[in-house]
Write a protein that binds this ligand. Structure first.
Ligand SMILES: N[C@@H](CCC(=O)N[C@@H](CS)C(=O)NCC(=O)O)C(=O)O
Length: 278
C-alpha cells in the first residue's frame, strides 16, 4: 500500500472535518469515496476499517511505530492527526485539554443534535412537531453556547485555530447550506458564530475541502454520540427500550454492559447522580 494516508469519506459535515484537517496540516492523502447513499459503508472491506459502518475513517500506513493504523470516529481522527503533527492543538496542557472539551462538545452535542434537527425538519417523511420543537430548541441552545464562547474571540480557543474549530464549523455551515434553517434557528442573530464561520471558511484548506471535490450533502440522523456504555445502559434504564429494541438479543453487548457495570467505579459513578428521564 502507498505510504500516504488513506481517507475513506464523503463530504458530509463529519467527513469534511477530516478533509479540512488534512488540508490544513498539508498532509498528503488518497481519498476513497464511501457513498453512504449506496450502502458502501456496509461492505466487509469497509467494516474492517470502521466496524460501525460510518464515514469518516482513515488508515495511516505510517502509524505509531511505523505500523499501519486504522481509525474511525472523526474526533479520534482529528486528535490523532493533531498529535502526529504537533499542530492544531495548543502545546500548553491546560489549553490542550480545554480544546479537547470543545471538541467533545461538538462530538457529543453539536453533531448529534444538529443532525437530529436536520433529520426532523428536513428529511423525515412525517412531520413530528414534538421532535421538531425538541431539536430546534436544543440546536438554538447549542448555538447560544457557541455564541457566548466566540464573543470576543477569533476562534474557539482564542487566537489559535484548532481541531475544535475544524470539528464544529462544518456543522454550522450545514445548518444553513443543507438544512436551510436560517429562519427556523434565527442564524443571523448569532453574530459571533457567523463571523467565526466566515473566518474558518476563508482559510484555503476549508475552501478546498468544504466546497471541493464532492457534492456536499447530509444524510439524516447522522450521529449517535455519547459514551457507548452509558448510552446502552440509558436505553434500558431510562428509556425502557428493552422490548422496542430487542435489547436481550444483543448478547455480546449485554455481557459487556454487565462487565462494565460490575466494576466498582461504574457502580459508584452510575448511581451517584442519575440523569432525569427527559
Ligand atoms: N460520531 C461519528 C459519526 C459518523 C456519522 O454519523 N457518519 C454518517 C455521515 S455524517 C454516516 O456515515 N452515516 C451512514 C449510516 O448511518 O449508514 C463521527 O463523528 O465520525
Amino acid at each position: 500500500m502507498s505510504k500516504k494516508i488513506q481517507l475513506y469519506s464523503l463530504a458530509t459535515p463529519n467527513g469534511q472535518k477530516v478533509s479540512v484537517a488534512l488540508h490544513e496540516l498539508g498532509l498528503d492523502f488518497d481519498t476513497h469515496v464511501i457513498d453512504i447513499r449506496k450502502g458502501d459503508q456496509f461492505t466487509d472491506e469497509f467494516k474492517k476499517i470502521n466496524p460501525n459502518s460510518k464515514i469518516p475513517a482513515l488508515v495511516d500506513p505510517d502509524g505509531p511505530g511505523g505500523k499501519e493504523l486504522a481509525l474511525f470516529e472523526s474526533g479520534a481522527i482529528l486528535l490523532y492527526l493533531a498529535e502526529k503533527t504537533g499542530k492544531l492543538l495548543p502545546a500548553d496542557p491546560a489549553a490542550n485539554w480545554e480544546t479537547v472539551s470543545w471538541l467533545m462538545f461538538q462530538m457529543g452535542g453539536v453533531g448529534p443534535m444538529f443532525g437530529q434537527f436536520g433529520h426532523f425538519t428536513k428529511y423525515a417523511p412525517e412531520k413530528v412537531p414534538y421532535a421538531i420543537n425538541r431539536y430546534t430548541t436544543e440546536a438554538k441552545r447549542l448555538l447560544g453556547v457557541l455564541e457566548a464562547r466566540l464573543t470576543g474571540r477569533q476562534y474557539i480557543m482564542g487566537d489559535d485555530y484548532t481541531i475544535a474549530d475544524i470539528a464544529t464549523f462544518p456543522w454550522v455551515v450545514c445548518l444553513s447550506a443543507f438544512y436551510n434553517a436560517d429562519e427556523a434557528l434565527g442564524l443571523a442573530d448569532f453574530k459571533a458564530v457567523q463571523a467565526w464561520v466566515n473566518r474558518c471558511m476563508e482559510r484555503p484548506a476549508s475552501k478546498v475541502s468544504v466546497f471541493g471535490a464532492y457534492n456536499c450533502w447530509v444524510i439524516a440522523s447522522c450521529d449517535a454520540g455519547g459514551g457507548a456504555m452509558c448510552k446502552e445502559v440509558a436505553l434500558s434504564a431510562y428509556d425502557n427500550a428493552d422490548e422496542a429494541l430487542g435489547l436481550a438479543d444483543f448478547k455480546a453487548v449485554q455481557a459487556w454492559v454487565d462487565r462494565c457495570m460490575e466494576r466498582p467505579a461504574s457502580k459508584a459513578g452510575m448511581h451517584v447522580a442519575p440523569f432525569p428521564a427527559s
